[in-house]
Design a protein around this ligand. Structure first.
Ligand SMILES: Nc1ncnc2c1ncn2[C@@H]1O[C@H](COP(=O)(O)OP(=O)(O)OP(=O)(O)O)[C@@H](O)[C@H]1O
Ligand code: SF4
Ligand SMILES: [Mg+2]
Length: 385
């Protein structure tokens, strides 16, 4: 695709107004395929969502459902080839990111849209100090001197709860524990006060206490700066009490998108129902045992004909196995890709009992209310994964 210049790289896009009728970020029917020796991997096959300022979007789905590739495509970080954008658009404040040159994307990355990558160890360069890596974005995007960048790096480390920051800024990544490296990644992503923070499974490798602290830290930043957050996770429970809206993905495509309230209280898609029933919740497990979804996600080279979920769906019919479902969108923009989502009787009969989802939300709220606020400083090496 010919790259055409759309903005002056010196312009800070995040300071420009969002055009009227536009969202902060619009992902519109995005398709990213990988052309491999084994065939075409349809990693992202028609993903659409919108994101507004101050909002948190949860992106949920099993391993291999295309969650990371979707966000890496937005960041312009997929190698092409083997990747190829097969269609769709990504607009940030009205500007198409897919049409920008690499030089323009370098201005956007880290400055307007920043990402906390899934694996903090491979994302940090082992041969540079933490301070140098933290300061890099500030020097590039903000024109900081070496001294200014070092001073700000120490502040950022303190902000994310790294004790003795003045000393630790000189350390190398291997001298930090897993949880601390994750905090460094967050500090790095927040360094230039990005408009959009993409957090790819930021808590998977961490224990529950540290998970809560990391999530709280991101929320504190959001409250202060009004930035939008995209939180990627395979666990619907993780985004239950932080996401405003939730995108559920299966086999490279969205199957349901709605507000957290809609996804938890009025889910329309059988895959979302399966994820909901898979949330471990001791409060209600006795009456409603955990019911994992049977089988495995399909190969993205050979996605089943018809509905991709049909081999695992307990409600699949012949129609499901042969015809691709369209998108059913209700009056509020809550959408689902299932042949039967528009049938209220089907949804009423088969969706998880409201009591279960309600109990889940209530249990979360009660737990949050009784827990003292998780400290964000300082964190010790011993308490982390
Ligand atoms: N460079 C690549 N070449 C070929 N296939 C790829 C490449 N990168 C990713 N894929 C494939 O794209 C699909 C989607 O991968 P992605 O990393 O987005 O999944 P995910 O939902 O983030 O999973 P996880 O929860 O495990 O992180 C997978 O089938 C993966 O194997
Ligand atoms: S379209 Fe059919 S197979 Fe797919 S989720 Fe709906 S009921 Fe299940
Ligand atoms: Mg991933």
């Amino acid at each position: 695709m010919a790259k055409k210049k759309t903005i002056d790289p010196k312009d800070d896009l995040k300071n420009q107004p969002v055009p009227e009728g536009e969202h902060l970020l619009v992902v519109d029917n995005l398709k990213m395929y990988f052309h491999t020796q084994d065939g075409v991997v349809k990693a992202v096959d028609g993903v659409s969502y919108t994101l507004d300022r101050g909002e948190t979007l949860g992106v949920v789905g099993e391993s291999g459902s295309g969650k990371s590739v979707t966000q890496l495509t937005i960041m312009g970080l997929i190698d092409m080839p083997p990747g190829k954008i097969e269609g769709g658009d990504v607009r940030y404040r009205g500007h198409s990111l897919l049409e920008m040159s690499e030089a323009e994307m370098q201005q956007i990355r880290g400055n307007d849209i920043a990402m906390i990558f899934q694996d903090p160890m491979t994302s940090l360069n082992p041969v540079y100090t933490i301070g140098r890596q933290l300061g890099e974005g500030l020097r590039l995007h903000r024109g900081y001197t070496k001294e200014q960048a070092l001073k700000r790096s120490i502040e950022l480390l303190e902000m994310v709860g790294i004790p003795n920051a003045e000393q630790r800024v000189k350390d190398y990544p291997h001298e930090f524990s897993g949880g601390m490296r994750q905090r460094v990644m967050i500090a790095m992503a927040l360094a230039c006060d990005p408009d959009i923070l993409i957090a790819d499974e930021p808590t998977t490798a961490l224990d529950v206490t540290i998970q809560a602290q990391i999530i709280e830290l991101m929320q504190e930043m959001q409250k202060k700066n009004g930035n939008a957050i995209i939180m990627i996770t395979h666990d619907l429970g993780v985004v239950a009490d932080v996401a405003d809206r939730i995108l559920v993905m299966y086999a490279g495509a969205p199957v349901e998108f709605g507000t957290a309230e809609e996804i938890f209280y009025h889910p329309m898609h059988p895959y979302t129902w399966g994820l909901t029933r898979s949330i471990p919740d001791p409060v209600i497990d006795e009456k409603h045992p955990l019911t994992p979804i049977k089988g495995n996600p399909p190969s993205l080279v050979n996605v089943p004909k018809g509905c991709a979920f049909s081999p695992r769906c307990p409600y699949a019919t012949d129609k499901c196995r042969t015809e691709k479902p369209g998108t059913y969108t209700d009056a509020n923009g809550h959408y689902s890709r299932c042949h039967y989502s528009s049938d209220p009787e089907f949804v009423r009969k088969n969706a998880p009992e409201n009591s279960r989802t309600r109990a889940h939300a209530a249990a979360k709220a009660a737990a949050a209310a009784t827990q003292p606020a998780a400290p964000t400083t300082p964190v010790t090496e011993g308490g982390e994964a």
